[in-house]
Design a protein around this ligand. Structure first.
Ligand SMILES: N[C@@H](CCC(=O)N[C@@H](CS)C(=O)NCC(=O)O)C(=O)O
Length: 211
């Protein structure tokens, strides 16, 4: 976090969560101060443990106006609170099949990764999980083949939801050992480049203590 914490804005999440990291990178790049609260148990069943989110998911942004559920809505609220002018490219500006499909596949891959992690490493290989893994591998392969073209096709910007989510997905696959990322060399090169940003350096994935 680059700005001083502001008690008015609290981000509830986990340092190991890719969706949480998307919000943290945006906050940092937009110069929005926030207090980071670690959700102690991802598997809790009480919505109060998830900032009131009935989907029982992280991250949640708590503000005086109320709670914002989900990384994209949080990033949009952070942009309304920005303390510096940053040109951001949002998903609705991705008006070609290439860019639109890239965003869809990144978000779906992030969600599929959550499913595989929650199922657990030793989970029996049911047809459902086998298909999910195949879907993840083929989506990441698609993104790897096109990442250079995608980045080149983005409108002029200082930040984009697409690149931020793609970075968090790529690093998270390696961090949680869900997929071997070495074969996806173009994605690895993209992530190495993005990782130089101060906001990426300030928000490394880590395992928080659980209650
Ligand atoms: N659409 C949500 C998805 C959030 C999500 O799936 N978060 C994961 C952590 S990275 C979670 O809360 N998982 C708990 C669960 O699957 O029960 C977003 O964009 O923030």
């Amino acid at each position: 976090m680059t700005a001083a914490a502001d008690g008015d804005v609290v981000l509830l999440g986990r340092s190991s969560s890719h969706f949480t990291r998307v919000a943290r990178i945006f906050a940092d790049e937009l110069g929005v101060a926030y207090e980071f609260q670690v959700a102690s148990d991802l598997m809790a069943l009480e919505r109060a443990r998830f900032g009131g989110n009935p989907a029982l998911r992280l991250p949640i942004l708590k503000t005086p106006a109320g709670e914002w559920f989900g990384s994209m809505a949080i990033c949009r609220e952070l942009s309304r609170r920005a303390t510096r002018e940053v040109r951001v490219v949002w998903p609705e500006q991705l008006v070609t099949p290439l860019l639109s499909n890239a965003q869809e596949l990144v978000l779906q891959a992030m969600a599929t990764e959550v499913e595989l992690i929650v199922a657990g490493r030793g989970a029996p290989a049911t047809p459902h999980l086998i298909k999910r893994r195949a879907s993840l591998e083929s989506s990441v392969g698609w993104l790897n083949e096109r990442v250079d073209e995608v980045v080149a096709a983005l409108p002029e910007r200082e930040a984009s939801f697409l690149e931020t989510t793609l970075f968090c997905l790529t690093e998270h696959l390696r961090f949680r050992e869900v997929l071997e990322t070495a074969p996806f060399q173009r994605l690895e090169a993209f992530a190495r480049d993005f990782a130089q940003r101060p906001a990426a350096r300030a928000t490394p994935f880590a395992f928080d203590a659980s209650s």
